[in-house]
Write a protein that binds this ligand. Structure first.
Ligand code: IPD
Length: 263
């Protein structure tokens, strides 16, 4: 059974509209790979354009809410309780390289708590959506995290720190521990989709340090509403501020936590 609320209508409508221009631009990016200059200016423009569409559409429906956006930063609203947290292209590096794995991510925060989230991959047409107390969905299908309890059968998603990011050496120690214990580690390059995949039971867990609120907001509620656990790597709850995330099904969360703590 699908969840069809007023919020769902607002959020999916905005995402669908932004996705139309993103899909067109992605087609263009695939052509630009062979040019000397590469597509980076073009992608920055696509990012800004998609963010503008999302902002206009969401503001039309909820004119008093504030915004926190990857490109546009913080915009206070008349309503100090609600704000949209938006990433118009999560997985920008994939987009830039013509890799069809990226997403629009929209979270809605109320008094510091995420109450709704949407992650949309316009290429696969997969719309992940969750609302507090109402469940998590992939298109029309209700989501549950996986039931796997043995790490050696688990697929774990992760984010590898890259150029300009700190933490390369500690990350390698974590990876060494985890890869030795699991069926496979995946680095897919879009944190919001990594979290959505945990919610969908495709991956059994995910960890990454140094994420930003717009990478995480929508995924947090997807994981929770699908029955998963989400904490910081040290078990703390402040992941929206620290950006350090460990999400997993309840049966392997503690096992992953122990591995990362031992690293
Ligand atoms: C990035 C992606 C990636 C993660 C990075 C993020 P962006 O977001 O989510 O998977 O590893 O840490 O910065 O920059 O493409 O919106």
């Amino acid at each position: 059974m699908a969840l069809r609320s007023a919020l769902w209508t607002v959020m999916t409508g905005a995402a669908q509209k932004a996705a139309r221009s993103l899909k067109r631009d992605f087609g263009e990016v695939e052509q630009l790979q062979v040019s000397q200059k590469g597509p980076s200016d073009f992608v920055s423009a696509a990012d800004l354009k998609a963010e503008k569409v999302l902002r206009i559409e969401l503001a039309k429906a909820r004119p008093r809410f504030g915004f926190l956006m990857e490109e546009g930063g913080e915009v206070a609203g008349e309503d100090a309780h609600h704000r949209w947290i938006i990433d118009p292209i999560d997985g920008t590096t994939n987009f830039l390289h013509g890799i069809p794995h990226f997403a629009i991510s929209i979270g809605l925060e109320m008094d510091g708590e995420i109450i709704a989230g949407l992650v949309f991959n316009p290429i696969t047409d997969e719309m992940f959506y969750a609302e507090k107390g109402k469940g998590a969905f992939l298109n029309d299908k209700r989501l549950r995290v996986s039931a796997r309890s043995t790490l050696s059968t688990c697929v774990i998603a992760t984010g590898i720190p890259f150029h300009g990011r700190p933490g390369h050496k500690p990350y390698l120690k974590q990876l060494e521990r985890v890869m030795d214990a699991v069926a496979g580690v995946r680095r897919m390059g879009t944190a919001s989709l990594d979290l959505a995949y945990v919610a969908a039971g495709r991956c059994d867990g995910f960890w990454e340090a140094g994420l930003r609120p717009w990478d995480i907001a929508a995924g947090v509620i997807l994981v929770r509403e699908a029955g998963g656990f989400i904490t910081e790597l040290d078990g703390g709850k402040n992941f929206m501020a620290s950006g350090d995330v460990l999400a997993a099904n309840p049966k392997v969360h503690k096992q992953l936590f122990d591995l990362l703590a031992a690293a």
